[in-house]
Design a protein around this ligand. Structure first.
Ligand code: GMT
Length: 374
């Protein structure tokens, strides 16, 4: 198949999933055309089946807000027409689904039929999409898609709850490449960070409010009073400066380190003993799956799609939102020497259920179905 993939090219989960999916599709022989406003972060390899088309957004003094959606639709039209695409697969509803709808209508006037599949990732539904500034367009463009997928059962239900969506939504969970995300031997790294055998706790995110980094810090603050430990924070975002200040006030330095945006997250996860995700909302929790693949047990909230990934008492523990005391208690349980190896083993076993080689065929089958039906 010749597939056009539209996504955000940033470090965010939806962009990562879209890029990894596209890469995997090229490896099994499909031709994939990425259409984005800059090179996706994870698009770091060359393959004869892979193409990258950059959306050109010309500046003009009149434009306080450059019309990105129009430029994106135009690029989709060009690529679909000249590269003879079979389908467009857009990740994240806003504005990709509505731009794809417009491209599809334009192509139809030229006698070209192209089905559109929209994958919902989370914040496009749970946070941003619900806002009345976007809701009518999101509802319309989801209903106009030829196929709709969601990354968890929770997200599927939440979409039906908040939007007047009349079409079937197929749940295809996120996936992990176990060739890349696996525990590597990095003893020197572990020793450098934890010279006295401390336990290593990790959090990775985009440092937005929804991630509740204050809870990460409070969990660690209380945990280190019971278990000697260190905390590594990976990523960057709006809350970072405030959180750094909080760490100073709580006198957590030098036991806390901010590593910023890192490509090789698997190297950090390879030395971790525990991963914290106390999010307020999480449609899937891809970062937690990356941790599981590197044999790192989880402390998460029980919100959104997290119970579909983190198994209570098996791969870690789930607590009510904001229940820092419970998360600390559970963290202490996991980190006990007699428990940690079991949780680590369970983490890897669970990650294997989301191996890309299992999930990729679900997308391929779904593409075939949509092509047949549309
Ligand atoms: O987590 C974020 O804020 C980024 C966001 C995105 O859209 O890139 O992630 C969402 O999509 C990921 C990939 O499907 C999911 O793993 C994340 O759980 C989801 N984030 C939220 O629902 C908050």
């Amino acid at each position: 198949m010749k597939i056009g993939i539209v996504c955000y090219p940033t470090f965010g989960g939806s962009g990562v999933v879209a890029t990894e999916l596209g890469k995997a599709l090229t490896k099994v022989g499909h031709q994939v055309h990425f259409i984005t406003y800059s090179q996706p972060q994870r698009l770091d390899f060359f393959n004869e089946n892979l193409y990258y088309h950059e959306v050109n957004i010309p500046a003009y003094p009149l434009f306080q807000y450059p019309p990105y959606e129009s430029a994106l639709s135009s690029e989709m039209v060009h690529v679909a027409k000249y590269m003879k695409l079979d389908l467009l697969h857009v990740h994240y509803a806003i504005p990709h689904a509505s731009s794809a709808y417009l491209a599809k209508q334009i192509l139809a006037t030229q006698g070209i039929h192209i089905p559109v599949i929209t994958t919902l990732h989370g914040t496009d539904i749970t946070l941003v999409g619900k806002d009345s500034s976007y809701e009518p367009v999101v509802t319309f463009s989801i209903n106009q898609s030829d196929g709709i997928t969601a990354v968890s059962e929770f997200l599927k239900s939440d979409t039906y709850r908040h939007f007047a969506v009349t079409k079937d939504i197929e749940v295809i969970p996120n996936f992990i490449d176990l060739e890349r995300f696996k525990r590597q031997k990095k003893d020197h790294f572990k020793l450098a960070i934890c010279p006295n055998g401390e336990k290593l706790v990790v959090h990775t995110s985009n440092f937005r409010k929804v991630k509740r980094i204050d809870d990460v810090i409070m969990i660690f603050h209380k945990l280190r009073q019971q278990v000697p430990s260190k905390l590594l924070l990976v990523g960057d975002g709006p809350d970072r400066a405030r959180i750094e200040k909080l760490c100073m006030e709580l006198e957590l330095y030098p036991d806390v380190r901010f590593l910023g945006k890192l490509d090789a997250i698997e190297e950090v996860l390879s030395v971790a003993d525990l991963f914290l995700m106390p999010s307020e909302s999480e449609s899937f929790g891809l970062a937690a799956l990356e941790a599981l693949a590197c044999e790192v047990p989880l402390i998460t909230t029980n919100v959104g799609g997290l119970p579909e990934l983190n198994l209570q008492g098996v791969t870690g523990f789930l607590s009510n939102l904001g229940d820092v005391e419970d998360m600390v208690k559970n963290a202490v349980t996991i980190l006990k020497d007699e428990n940690l190896p079991v949780f680590k083993e369970n983490a890897l076993a669970r990650a294997k259920e989301f191996d890309i080689t299992r999930i990729l065929p679900m997308y391929e089958k779904y593409y075939e179905r949509v092509l047949e039906e549309s």
